[in-house]
Ligand binder design. Structure first.
Ligand SMILES: Cc1cc2nc3c(=O)[nH]c(=O)nc-3n(C[C@H](O)[C@H](O)[C@H](O)COP(=O)(O)OP(=O)(O)OC[C@H]3O[C@@H](n4cnc5c(N)ncnc54)[C@H](O)[C@@H]3O)c2cc1C
Length: 451
């Protein structure tokens, strides 16, 4: 395309002849390798509107990108216009109204730093470079969710640029159907979110950061831990949220890990986590820290990027001993070229389950936890999709549905799986707010997969 053909796009436009294109086209998951026609870094709302109008008048598909952390790369593509929000990242707090407003390009790290400087926590995600918009639009599981709710549960209002380049407000009183859909319906489906307003939680002084490890594990211990985990989670204190994991690492062998936050002092946390310390060989630490220090420690475990494949499920019932054994067996053999394979368990319950499954688009309110199977490989060229697909076949027999923020490209009946009985209502909202399916991607709500 001739450079003049980009006339009409405003903001910072990067095309393939730009020296930084190669770096800027990439997303977090380096297994994704796409070549957009151009990336437009928007600085203001009119840049976003112009990008939508340009894409329509030039018949070039668009994708919306913020942190670039979508597992399957749905925020980019070949020969598309990537509308990048990451330079629209202003944040403000209105303490009188108890509201936090973030622009559509803010990242977890930026929001954490801002709110905690004023004494507040925030129900964001674990990885500092994840975009808050992508995170909250898909529901938003975080280490505060059992106490503060999902990221989407604290939303009070969103501002969105629609398929005509026009700004709309979604709130309980303005476009309430859209407001419903934007809380759990997944990023990229209805329009481009340029700002989000969240209800602020109460201030906190310090929280307890919990870190539990079983470094020298075996399959038996891993499956025993899964049993203990599910029993513990059933009626544990809602002030605590953990993610636990059984893993098989080339460097460290088989292991077990559980990390998370407790909104209270370490002495109380220690009493609550006792069952998780029961197996031999445990090592644990409890640190009483300001909220920002705790999220920064969690964030420090993430590399700047990696290459991986994964699939997610919701677990709604207790697994039998035999099923737990099969989970541990699942990761006992790592796929070729892979340095790491793991099953992670993201605790739900607490405040998440107090919301009706139909009150927002996030359907799986009654699940006990999210299960995530992933495999990380050395280079970007490996393909472990057969390994994942094989294990997915078994996982779907013992679980229900999938988490849209942990998408799986090969997921059959994906709308039903991501949204349960909310899928049809989401399709109606989609038809109303994006009748031409301008905001489309492989598993998008407008894609031709029946509900
Ligand atoms: C290392 C890592 C850790 C993670 N940890 C967690 C976690 O703890 N909890 C959790 O719930 N999820 C987690 N995720 C998943 C993450 O929340 C989702 O992938 C999220 O959608 C990423 O948002 P993003 O802006 O970074 O990514 P992007 O790839 O830029 O966007 C993700 C999706 O949202 C759309 N989108 C982005 N910005 C906008 C916008 N402004 N308006 C409309 N649509 C938009 C995109 O088109 C795309 O479909 C993690 C992902 C990674 C890679």
């Amino acid at each position: 395309m001739n450079i003049c053909d980009f006339d009409g796009l405003t903001g910072r436009v990067i095309t393939s002849d730009d020296p930084y294109y190669e770096e800027l086209r990439q997303v977090y998951n380096r297994a994704v390798n796409k070549f957009p026609l151009a990336i437009v870094y928007c600085q203001k709302e009119t840049d976003v509107s112009n990008a939508v109008l340009w894409s329509r008048s030039h018949h070039v598909s668009l994708r919306i990108r913020n942190g670039g952390h979508n597992y399957e790369g749905y925020s980019t593509g070949n020969d598309i216009l990537a509308i990048d929000l990451s330079e629209m990242n202003q944040i403000s707090i209105d303490e009188t109204a108890n509201l936090l407003t973030v622009q559509g390009g803010a990242k977890n790290r930026q929001v954490y730093e801002f709110v905690s400087s004023m004494g507040y926590p925030f129900p964001g995600g674990t990885c500092p470079s994840v975009g808050v918009s992508g995170y909250a639009l898909g529901g938003g599981w975080g280490l505060s969710c059992r106490y503060l709710g999902l990221g989407c549960d604290c939303l009070t209002q969103l501002r969105m640029i629609n398929y005509e380049g026009t700004a709309l407000t979604a709130s309980p009183t303005e476009n309430p159907d859209l407001f419903w859909a934007l809380r759990g319906g997944g990023g990229g489906n209805f329009g481009i979110i340029v700002s989000m307003t969240f209800r602020l939680p109460g201030k906190v002084d310090k929280i307890t950061l919990i870190d539990i490890r079983y470094p020298d594990s075996d399959q038996e211990k891993q499956s025993a831990f899964v049993q203990i985990w599910q029993d513990w989670l059933t009626d544990t204190d809602p002030r605590i949220t953990l993610v636990s994991r059984i893993f098989n690492s080339r460097e460290d062998g088989l292991g077990i890990l559980a990390r998370g936050f407790f909104y209270g002092p370490p002495e109380a946390a220690l009493g609550i986590i006792q069952p998780l310390l029961r197996l031999g060989g445990v090592k644990y630490t409890l640190k009483y820290l300001p909220f920002l220090e705790a999220v920064n420690i969690i964030g420090s475990f993430y590399p700047p990027y990696e290459a991986f494949q994964s699939t997610s499920r919701f677990v709604l019932r207790d697994l039998t001993d035999c099923e737990s054994c099969r989970l541990a067996a699942m990761i006992a053999d790592r796929p070729q070229g892979s340095s790491y394979a793991a099953l992670s368990f993201y605790a739900l319950g607490g405040k998440v389950s107090q919301v009706d499954p139909e009150a927002t688009a996030f359907y799986y309110r009654n699940a006990k936890y999210i299960l995530w199977l992933n495999t990380v490989f050395d280079g970007c060229k490996c393909d472990n999709s057969a390994w994942i697909a094989d294990r997915f076949c078994y996982l779907q027999t013992i679980t229900e549905g999938a988490y849209v923020n942990f998408p799986y490209d090969a997921l059959p009946r994906c709308h039903e799986e991501y949204y349960g009985s909310n899928a049809c209502r989401l399709k109606m909202v989609k038809e109303r707010y994006d009748p031409l399916n301008i905001f489309s991607f492989p598993q998008g709500i407008g894609s031709k997969i029946c509900c």
